[in-house]
Design a protein around this ligand. Structure first.
Ligand code: NAP
Length: 302
């Protein structure tokens, strides 16, 4: 199948490679020539504008968008809306907020355009293993993308989960769960590391637990790899970013009255990781001093 591909970063470029490997024809676009060059070397036809991309495809066109969520996706989807004709289909494979996807799908309907919101999981390993795909949208459009989903995913690794928005909703919860799992492993390994008298070898324990234990997992295999490279993680700063899904999961839980303390706390721990000094902790120390005369440690600024 001939497919237009927008966004050739860490995800997009590997996805293009996987599609080419499976015999698809790709017309690829990224803003920078330096981003387009590797796709060209792989065998994709590259173009320097969305207009050129649309011109190179035959109707009904199929275009996969893999750019950062928010403004980049908004602009791309809007520009394509202006360029495309009835029956053409756009897939947003990025990590967009599902509410944005519902809104975008609604703007596509009056023009007879198809819009599919596809949660894509697999990271940089997707090229080799395949991408796990969860997508929402109208059946008539989804069915036309079946060969593309099949090429990108591992066996049984793609699913039409429901109407517009549901693909990105399911991906949001996938990532919310990921926050909680990472946090649980992090706490467990921190306690193991802190028990100095046992001098536990962390990479060995990670390896051991991957051999049939109930907490074995792919994330634990990655933990094993990371700990083998740097057993005490001495070269890594304990600063953890978040890219949206954790906070969207927590907000959703509040909106629909579902208790989700572990995911929410895992998100807040990431916020905490970015504080050099917590005002809240200073506040508690100050008040304990006020009411009980408990000692405070000085910050060194007085
Ligand atoms: N990385 C992951 O593990 C992962 C996993 C699942 C889903 N995702 C999602 O996949 C999407 C892409 O992620 P990524 O990691 O591949 O990002 P990335 O490495 O930063 O690449 C982003 C690509 O989008 C293009 N782009 C950036 N801003 C743009 C704009 N305003 N208009 C048009 N194109 C723009 C860039 O073009 P130029 O090269 O021309 O600058 C680049 O080709 C995101 O939505 C992300 O959340 C990522």
């Amino acid at each position: 199948m001939k497919i237009g591909f927008v966004g050739l970063g860490r995800m997009g470029l590997n996805m293009v490679q996987r599609l080419l490997n499976d015999g698809h024809e790709i017309v690829a676009y990224a803003r920078k020539e330096s981003s387009r060059e590797p796709a060209k070397k792989m065998g994709a036809e590259t173009v320097a504008s969305l207009e050129a991309l649309v011109d190179k495809l035959e109707a009904p066109r199929k275009i996969w968008v893999m750019v950062p969520e928010g403004e980049a996706t908004e602009e791309t989807i809007r520009e394509l809306w202006n360029l495309l004709d009835k029956g053409d289909i756009v897939v947003d494979g990025g990590n967009s907020n599902y509410k944005d996807s519902i809104r975008r799908a609604k703007t596509y309907i009056p023009k007879g355009l198809g819009f599919i919101d596809c949660g894509t999981s697999g990271g940089i390993w997707g090229l080799k293993i395949g991408y796990c795909l969860m997508y929402g949208g109208e059946k008539e459009f989804v069915a036309q993308l079946e060969p593309v989903f099949k090429s990108l995913a591992p066996k049984d690794g793609y699913l039409h989960v429901g109407p517009s928005g549901s693909g990105h909703f399911v991906k949001m919860m996938h990532n919310g769960i990921e926050y909680a799992i990472l946090q649980a492993y992090a706490e467990g390994f921190e306690i193991l590391n802190a028990k100095k008298e046992f001098n536990i070898d962390l990479p060995s324990v990670a390896h051991l637990w991957n051999q049939g234990s109930v907490v074995r997992s792919w994330l634990l295999e990655l933990a094993e790899d990371a700990l083998k490279k740097d057993p005490k993680l001495e070269n890594i700063k304990g600063y953890v970013d978040d890219s949206g899904e954790g906070r969207w999961s927590a907000k959703e839980a509040i909106d629909i009255d579902v208790p989700a303390p572990t995911i929410t706390l895992a998100l807040f721990e990431r916020f905490r990781s970015r504080q050099e000094q917590s005002f809240g902790n200073k506040f508690i120390a100050a008040l304990r001093n006020e009411f009980g005369g408990h000692e405070v440690k000085k910050s060194g600024r007085i």
